[in-house]
Write a protein that binds this ligand. Sequence first.
Ligand code: AMP
Length: 281
Amino acid sequence: MILFKRSADLRKWLIKQSEAGLKTGFVPTMGALHGGHLQLISACQAAADLCICSIFVNPAQFNDPKDFEKYPVSTEKDIEMLTRAGTDVLFLPAVEEIYPNGDKDLETYDLGALENVLEGRFRPGHYQGVCQVMSRLLKLIRPDQLFMGQKDFQQCLVVQHLIGILHLPIEFHTVPTIREPDGLALSSRNRRLTEDQRKNAAAISTALRFIKENLAPGSNDATLRQASEIIRKAHFRTDYVVLARTSDLEPIKTWDGQEKAVARIAGLQGEVRLIDNMLLN
Ligand code: AMP
């Protein structure tokens, strides 16, 4: 694996690969890697000639500075995992490399309703921050294909929207969520859970499965209330338990039995905020 810390060096190398006719796939991450990330790497390897991964904990997307400070970092172990997985390139930039002018001249992107719904509402500014880092990474790497996890469902929609705004010819792939045997979605944040919190955390996926099993045409209010009860009993402080249209995350009040729907849950287990979702049909 080749490790690049400087954008200019990576760009020079990428130009050579593109001249040789090689197709690149890109997997952006914030490190503290786990099996979910490795699933993205392997999807990327299956589809592209070269798999480029980045690790960058993007300060611009943390609306809560405490969450940023406590974000787990395990760079040496990450490098080992990526090497073992056969990743071709790791881009590991410092903050100044991505934001040479600090927080001056940051762009604002028109994300429409996606910006303020659900995660956008609970994490103001989060998706603008995601777009700031993703626009820089995508313009630098110019991958043929981009791989992101369904675990961050809204982020997938936002980045697809951003690719449209930037007019970049990138094929977007959404990779299914990898879970622990008890259903908990793998997440870097799981490392911050105590033993008890870790046991409770599986209730989110139990609640999502409950919604999936009980989805019926008409109002699903009673099902959502019972799902909320499942996570409340597991000591979650709930941010939301909702049913939404997969295309634009518009909440579904009355399901027509046809519309593609996703159930989404976010809540806090102690200080650790967890999110998950499940496609329902
Ligand atoms: P992060 O490092 O948390 O920013 O995640 C980097 C990428 O990995 C994002 O596209 C996430 O959606 C994806 N990802 C995170 N957790 C999982 C998971 N459990 N299964 C599949 N992909 C995941």
